[in-house]
Design a protein around this ligand. Structure first.
Ligand code: KG4
Ligand code: ZN
Length: 355
C-alpha cells in the first residue's frame, strides 16, 4: 500500500478533511474529499465572522475527519502522515485544525506537517492533472488575487498581487451592494446570466501601467455609483450590473495573465485556482487567451477550486516524500506569503472578517 495522507483544512469557513495517496505507478489519487460549508452560519452577517467560524470548526472537525477516513475505506492505522493548514487564515480556525493534527500525531505516532493554504491551491493541479513544474498559477479567491510562477515544490515567485481587495471580495461586495446575498460570486454569476455585459463600462485600474498588479476596490465604487443613479433598481438593472462587472473582472484577469505569459515565455501551462476560478465566464475568457498563446489552461474541477482539504493533503504528501515533518512548536500564521521574498503590498491578501 502506498502512503495515505490525511489532510485537514480549517482556515476560513469550510471544515474539511480528505485522504490522498499515489497508486502503485505513482499516479495521484483522491480517496475522499469531505467539505462542510459554514455558509448558513455566516450568511445573516454578510461575511465570515471569525469567532463563529472557530466554534463551528471545533464542533464539526472530529466528525468530518471520521467521515473522510471512512469514505477512503481506511482508518488512522492506515494513515502515514497528516497535513494541516497552518496559515494564512483566521487564527481561531487555524488553531482548531493545528491542535487536532498535533493531538492525532502525538497520540498515534503519525508525523504531521503544517501546510500553507496557498501552496495547497498552487499544487492542486498536480493532484488532478499531474502537471509538471514550472507553470503559471492564477490564484483568485476571497482572500487572494495573485499570479505566481510555480518553479517547483516550495519554490514560488509572485509576479502579481492585488493592491487592495481580492477578486472574490469584489464579487462578495458587489452582491452585498445589490442585495444578492452571500457568498457573492455564485450569486453574481447567476444574475449575470440574464444580463447585458455591455450596458455599463467599468474602470480597469492599473491597465497599461508597468505592473502586473491588480486593483478591484475602484470597481466596487463604480458599481455603487452606477447603482445609485438607477435607484429604484429593476431586476434587469441588477442583471446588467452583474454581467458588466463579471466581464470587467474577466478582462482584467486575462490582461494580467497575458502580460505574465509574455514575461515567462518558457512556460506553456496556466493553472487557475481559488473559488473565483469556478466562474464560467472567467474560465472561458482565459481559455480563449490561452488558445491564442498556445498555452494549456488547467482548471481543476470546481470542488477542488474552492477551499478543500484534498489540496492540503496533496501538498503534505509531496513534502513528506521529501522527508519533511513539523514539530510540536509550530504556531498558526494569519499572514504567510507563498513567496517570502516579495514585498508586502498594503491592503492585499486580507482574509475573512469581511463583515
Ligand atoms: O477559495 P475560496 O473557496 O476561499 C478562499 O480562500 O477565499 O474562495 C471563495 C471566494 C468567495 O469570495 C466567493 O464569492 C468566490 O470565491 N466565488 C466566486 C464563484 N464561486 C465562488 N466568484 C465568482 N464566481 C463564482 N462562481
Ligand atoms: Zn482558498
Amino acid at each position: 500500500m502506498q502512503m495515505q495522507i490525511l489532510g485537514i483544512e480549517t482556515s476560513c469557513d469550510e471544515t474539511a478533511a480528505s485522504v490522498v495517496t499515489r497508486d502503485a505507478d505513482g499516479t495521484p489519487m483522491l480517496l475522499s474529499n469531505v467539505v462542510l460549508s459554514q455558509i448558513d452560519e455566516h450568511s445573516e452577517f454578510g461575511g465570515v465572522v471569525p469567532e463563529i467560524a472557530a466554534r463551528a470548526h471545533l464542533s464539526a472537525l472530529d466528525h468530518i475527519i471520521a467521515q473522510a477516513l471512512s469514505e477512503a475505506d481506511t482508518d488512522l492505522s492506515g494513515i502515514k502522515g497528516i497535513g494541516v493548514t497552518s496559515g494564512p487564515g483566521l487564527v481561531g480556525g487555524l488553531m482548531v485544525g493545528l491542535m487536532t493534527a498535533k493531538a492525532l500525531s502525538a497520540s498515534r505516532g503519525i508525523p504531521y506537517l503544517g501546510i500553507n493554504h496557498l501552496e495547497g491551491h498552487a499544487l492542486t493541479a498536480r493532484l488532478t492533472d499531474n502537471v509538471s513544474f514550472p507553470y503559471l498559477l492564477l490564484l483568485v479567491s476571497g482572500g487572494h488575487s495573485q499570479i505566481i510562477r510555480v518553479n517547483g515544490l516550495g519554490d514560488y515567485s509572485r509576479l502579481a498581487t492585488t493592491i487592495d481587495d481580492a477578486v472574490g471580495e469584489a464579487f462578495d461586495k458587489t452582491a452585498k451592494l445589490l442585495g444578492l446575498g452571500f457568498p457573492g460570486g455564485p450569486m453574481v454569476e447567476k444574475a449575470a446570466q440574464r444580463g447585458d455585459a455591455d450596458r455599463f463600462r467599468f474602470p480597469m485600474p492599473l491597465r497599461g501601467q508597468d505592473t502586473l498588479n491588480m486593483s478591484f476596490s475602484g470597481l466596487k465604487t463604480a458599481i455603487r455609483t452606477q447603482a445609485q443613479k438607477l435607484v429604484p433598481l429593476e431586476a434587469q438593472d441588477i442583471a446588467d450590473l452583474c454581467a458588466s462587472m463579471q466581464k470587467t473582472v474577466a478582462e482584467i484577469l486575462a490582461n494580467r495573465c497575458e502580460r505574465a505569459m509574455q514575461q515567462c515565455r518558457d512556460i506553456d501551462t496556466l493553472v487557475v485556482a481559488g473559488g473565483v476560478a469556478s466562474n464560467l465566464e472567467i474560465r472561458q475568457r482565459l481559455e480563449s487567451l490561452c488558445a491564442q498563446h498556445e498555452v494549456s489552461l488547467i482548471a481543476p474541477p470546481l470542488k477542488l477550486c474552492t477551499d478543500n482539504a484534498a489540496m492540503i493533503a496533496w501538498a503534505a504528501l509531496e513534502r513528506f516524500e521529501r522527508g519533511e515533518k513539523s514539530d510540536m512548536t509550530l504556531a498558526p500564521r494569519s499572514r504567510w506569503p507563498l513567496d517570502e521574498d516579495t514585498q508586502t503590498v498594503i491592503g492585499s491578501g486580507r482574509k475573512g472578517a469581511k463583515v
